[in-house]
Design a protein around this ligand. Structure first.
Ligand code: BEZ
Ligand code: FE
Length: 325
């Protein structure tokens, strides 16, 4: 027996399956089979499967694929410490709202949540109940009232109600330094004995999300508008309860049924009726007539949370260096 005969006697080693168009997803997914972290293995396997399905469905030319890579590259390059174009992309694709909704299911037992948005980048100033957050006094004056309760309607005294909104021109204070007073239209309130809160403000206005980047180009190329309907942002927290990050939407606002980031939920839409009552206006320190809105916020107890429905990051964790878009 010579050395060649001995080699022939070795049992053949099974070869890994080679790449083909038909079996591309399976072949690539198999390369992640040894991933030690099971969650990462699951995520990568699913990503490969869906991505390959997408490419087979779209059947891109090489130029089209290069354009897609260039778009993602430009989106990344647009990001800095005050601009996050990739989050904006996730917003306009509805993925931010999908992740938000999946992670805050409550079966209708608490106030629904919606996107945080990019403008909660400064601390809201602590304010007394009833204070006016419209520091420049411009806009349609409005009385905002509400009550924070637990899941059975039990009033939550001492809950924190953090509020911020755009001005009558559709800009947040941080977008117009030197034009709007610092901390204009922001306030951090603490609820009274009955869980109630109230403050004076203005009716917010609809506004466009930032469009001076690749996401703006995408909206333009696809004939989509960039606008969000008028809304006030809230983060409501109370000890022992699950915080909620939400909005109050103005019922008759333009774009109420076509929010560029899909943030509107029916349960969060309210009328802002006009009140014509000179005595009440005088008592409140508002011009007559004025607008008003009522927004009750219901929180789940922490103990009612299970599985993935754990408390969202608290106000402080969220504020951090979260960039503005
Ligand atoms: C906002 O409501 O502030 C917002 C949310 C998502 C994208 C852009 C703005
Ligand atoms: Fe907003």
């Amino acid at each position: 027996m010579n050395s060649n005969d001995r080699a022939d006697a070795v049992a053949p080693v099974a070869r890994a399956e080679l790449f083909t168009e038909e079996r591309s997803a399976e072949v690539v997914a198999a390369s992640f089979a040894g991933t030690p972290d099971p969650r990462l293995r699951q995520v990568m396997t699913s990503l490969v499967r869906h991505l390959h399905d997408f490419v087979k469905d779209v059947d891109p030319t090489e130029e089209e694929w290069a354009a897609a890579i260039a778009f993602l590259t430009a989106s990344g390059q647009k990001c800095d410490d005050v601009r996050q174009e990739l989050v904006l992309l996730s917003d306009v694709l509805g993925v931010s709202m999908l992740v938000e909704t999946i992670n805050h299911r409550s079966g209708g037992t608490s106030t629904e949540s919606t996107v945080l948005g990019p403008f909660h980048v400064v601390e809201s100033p602590p304010r007394e109940l009833g204070e006016d957050i419209a520091l420049d006094g411009k806009g349609d004056r409005c009385l905002v009232t509400g009550r924070v309760t637990g899941p059975e309607g039990d009033p939550l005294a001492g809950a924190q109600v953090d509020v911020w909104q755009a001005n009558e021109d559709g800009f947040y204070d941080v977008q117009q330094p030197g034009v709007q007073p610092e901390r204009n239209l922001r306030g951090l309130f603490v609820t009274g004995d009955d869980g109630e809160f109230w403050f004076r403000s203005i009716v917010p206005r609809h506004y466009p999300i930032p469009v001076d980047g690749p996401v703006g180009q995408l909206l333009q190329a696809t004939g989509r508008h960039p606008n969000r309907p008028a809304h006030m942002h809230f983060i409501v927290t109370a000890p022992g309860h699950r915080a909620v990050t939400t909005h109050l939407f103005v019922e008759d606002s333009p774009y109420i049924d076509s929010d560029a980031v899909f943030g509107v939920k029916d349960s969060l839409v309210r009328a802002f009726p006009t009140v014509d009552d000179p005595a009440r206006a005088k008592e409140l320190g508002l011009p007559n007539p004025f607008r008003s809105v009522h927004f009750d916020v219901r929180l789940l107890r922490d103990s009612s949370l299970s599985g993935r429905s754990v408390a969202p990051p608290g106000r402080d964790a969220r504020r951090g260096p979260r960039p503005r878009r």
